[in-house]
Every structure is written in C-alpha cells, then in structure tokens.
Design a protein. Sequence first.
Length: 535
Amino acid sequence: MAEDRKMEPVVHPPADDQKFQEWSRVADEPIDVAPPETAHPAEASEDSNREIESRLQSLQLETKAATPVKDKDEVLPEEAEDLDNNEENKKRHLNVVFIGHVDAGKSTTGGQILFLSGQVDDRTIQKYEKEAKDKSRESWYMAYIMDTNEEERIKGKTVEVGRAHFETENTRFTILDAPGHKSYVPNMISGATQADVGVLVISARKGEFETGYEKGGQTREHVQLAKTLGVSKLILVVNKMDDPTVQWSKERFDEIESKMSPFLKSSGYNVKKDVRFLPISGLLGTNMKKRVDKSICGWWNGPCLFEVMDSIEVPLRDPKGPVRMPIIDKYKDMGTVVMGKIESGTIREGGSLLIMPNKANVKVLSVQCDENKVKQAGPGENVRVKLAGIEEDDILAGFVLSCVANPIDAVFEFNAQLQILELLDNAIFTAGYKAVLHIHAIVEECEIVDLLEEIDLKKKKDNDPKKKKPKRKPLFVKNGAVVVCRIQVNNLICVENFSVFPQLGRFTLRSEGKTIAVGKVVELPPARSSTFSSA
C-alpha cells in the first residue's frame, strides 16, 4: 500500500462527462456555487479584459489610499521590523498550483515566472543553462529552477510538488509546481489541495495538446481533480506558442479554446467567470510579465499572465474563525516545525493551540511566511510554525493544528456522498469495498461499510414534492452512480463536514493507481465527543 501512495499508474477520467457535470453541480450545492449557463469565452473576452483593467485600477487605488505608517527613521529599530511585516501583510496572498499533462511546460513556466519577478539572478540562469547543455537538454534549463533534485533533472519529470514565492504590485504568490506524470497523481492531489487558483498549462505543439486531451490524458484528469479538490479558478495558458509547428497561430489557439471550453463546463467550471485563456511562451517569457509585442502576435489584445494573476478574485476566508491548518510536513530545527496552509483563523506567535487527533497542547514559538518571520498569519498563508510541547515523532502528515476552544473533529467513520467515476474491471461498488482515501493531507486506507442511499440526478432536478419517492437503499452501484455511504478508516482522522469547511470535507478514493470516486463529507458521527475521550 505504501507503493500505491508514492507511485501510481494512469488514472482514467469518468467515461461520461455529462454525469460528472451533473454530480459537480450537486456536490457544490451546500455552498451555493452551482454555475449558471455561460457563453463561449470568446464572446466575453472583451468584457473580461475590461473587467481585469478595472480590477487592476481599483487595486492600485486601494493601495494608494492605505493608511500611512510612521517613517522608519522615527521609530526604534525593533519597531522598524514590525513595520516591514505590516507592509508585507497589506498584500493579499494566493496559492497557485501549476497543473497539466506531462511535458506541457509547467516547471519551465514556473521557473520563468521566478526569473522575471527577480527571484533568480542571471548567474544562476547561466549555471542552469550550462548544466542542461551538458545533459543535452538545452531547453530544460528554466525547469531546473523548480525541479531541484537530480532525479527530476535527469528524467525531465517533476516528482515532488515544487514550492516557490514571488510578488507582484498587489499580491504575494506561492507557486506549487505539481507533477504531470500519471505515476505521481497522489503528489498532484497534495499540491491541488493547498491551492486557491490553478494554472492549467497546455502545449500548443502539434500532437501534444491532443495527447493530453484524449481520454486517459493528464489534461482531462487534472481538470476534474482540481475541481473536486476545490480549485475554483483556472487560468488556462496555451504554452509553446513560439514552436515552429505553431508560430503564434490564432487558429491553433482558437482550436484549443473551442475544445477545452465544453469540457471545462462539463467538469463544473463556469467558463465565463472562472476561466481565463491566454497564449504564452514559457521558455522565452513572452506574454508573461509584459504584454506580447504586436510584431510577434498581432491578434492578441488581452492581458499578460502577471496581470491576470494579479487581478483574479477568490472567495475570502475568515481570519477570526476557528484555527484549521492541516500539517503536510514536519522537521526539527531547534524545536518542532510543522508546515501547512492555514485554511481558517489566525495563528499568532505566543498563542496556544491543539494538535488533533492526538489532542496535544502546544505553544507557538514563531511563525514564518515566505521565509520571513511574522507575528501572525491568516487564512490562505503557507506557513512554517515552530511549536513547543510536542516532539516531531508524535506528528504525522494529515494531523491538524486547531484552536483549543473549537477543535476539529477526529473520527473513525463518516457519511459521504460519492460520485463513482470508473471502477476497476467493471467491478461493483458495495459494502466491503476497500480503497485509499485522500482528504486534505491525509492518505489512509478505508472501507465502505454501508450504502445508505442512491441519488438519481435526473429526479433531483424535479422539485415537486409530490413526485419524490422514498429513499432507496441499494445493495450495490456501478460506474456513474451517485451514492451516500458510510466510510470507515483504521486510524483516527481529522475531517469536517463539507457544508462547514469545504477545504477539509472534500476527498478522492483511489485503488490500484486509479481514481475510482470523488466525494464530500456530509455527516459526522453524533457521538464523536466520546470518540475523542476514548482515543
């Protein structure tokens, strides 16, 4: 089973895109995000561009209108550091995951972003160019910025989720470079669960887009997983537009847009509001920090990648809510340090928190954002938190840092609504079925112990109470079914009801390297407080 978590073969998307669309609408109902009917993005491109221009102007006005602070010459040195932190915190923070088919150019695009934003100097780029040339891989040098270990550089494939930071005028970004290879889907899931926005990288090169888009390709799979894992906004960049087979062809760009739009809609995205299309060259950096020159691409009148990223809007989270931070990693550094993304609440230096499910009381010694120490950090921040009161060996990935007054629930079982995608060898889904559960940072073996209700999506559209039939408890279901079931695990895990904390209540089920179902937590055991005391 350990091998299943690290290296898994290809995942097939659902055979019926329409069924996935229907379930995606149902899955989003508790938080009222069902997408309305949308127009083709080409019809709304001019309106979208004006909207981005307006958004950028308003952000600039907000920045200028911010309350001024004292001049640093007028304060003590220790106060000056706090002022720097305050200036830093004025910018909003977004987590962006780069997804897409293998070899689409995700790592190269991420590396180019870091170079253009000044995070990497010319000397380092020259060093990477020489290293790539020595390996006879001259076009890979930009990817070396994100792919840091030797295995990734030799194979030219991202394995682990790369992490880096950069800033624009109004926003601080954390880049999450997810692997595109079919063997590392669990790592892609780990990256997507931490993201607010997805950058779907598609290769315009002849044949490469088609390979990723056809059934079984990672383009389709990543879109559906991203939607399931809570990535509500997508920036779809058509990369390699400078390739000799493309040469910035408008026809090729339009072809990709026309094929992707219906599929994105069937996956649950509102194409007009949630998706932006734009052409780029990740290797050359064209149309990324600055708009593409008319001499290169005369037909593109839209914004560049940095402008789209800086203007994109995501739902706000509550900094005053209960603290929830799933732990994705831990290490020792003059104390125990845990890493993760704050999903709710604010973590403050000197504060007291609880690590669930082992109910360990800890004190926050320090908080670090983007390699900088801060006094506090709020929702959406990727942080490193140094703790006192617990040893590194007592923490596992998937544990959750939460507030003492309102800790997260820890359970052995829960009720869930599942969309069955594709079972192995056309098997039937029934009580006793075993799989691997992926929920936030948790990877845990699970068993379906009971099927409670099968949901008929067609009848769900009909709101006439006279036509509603009693709930039907099935003995088994097949591919494409939507079912409410009870899931049981061997160890206590921390989850939340989807309607309360969507980020901690959505999950996927995998078996033998395939994603067989996606779902959401709909009910927790009513007597879970007694479960805590017995743990």
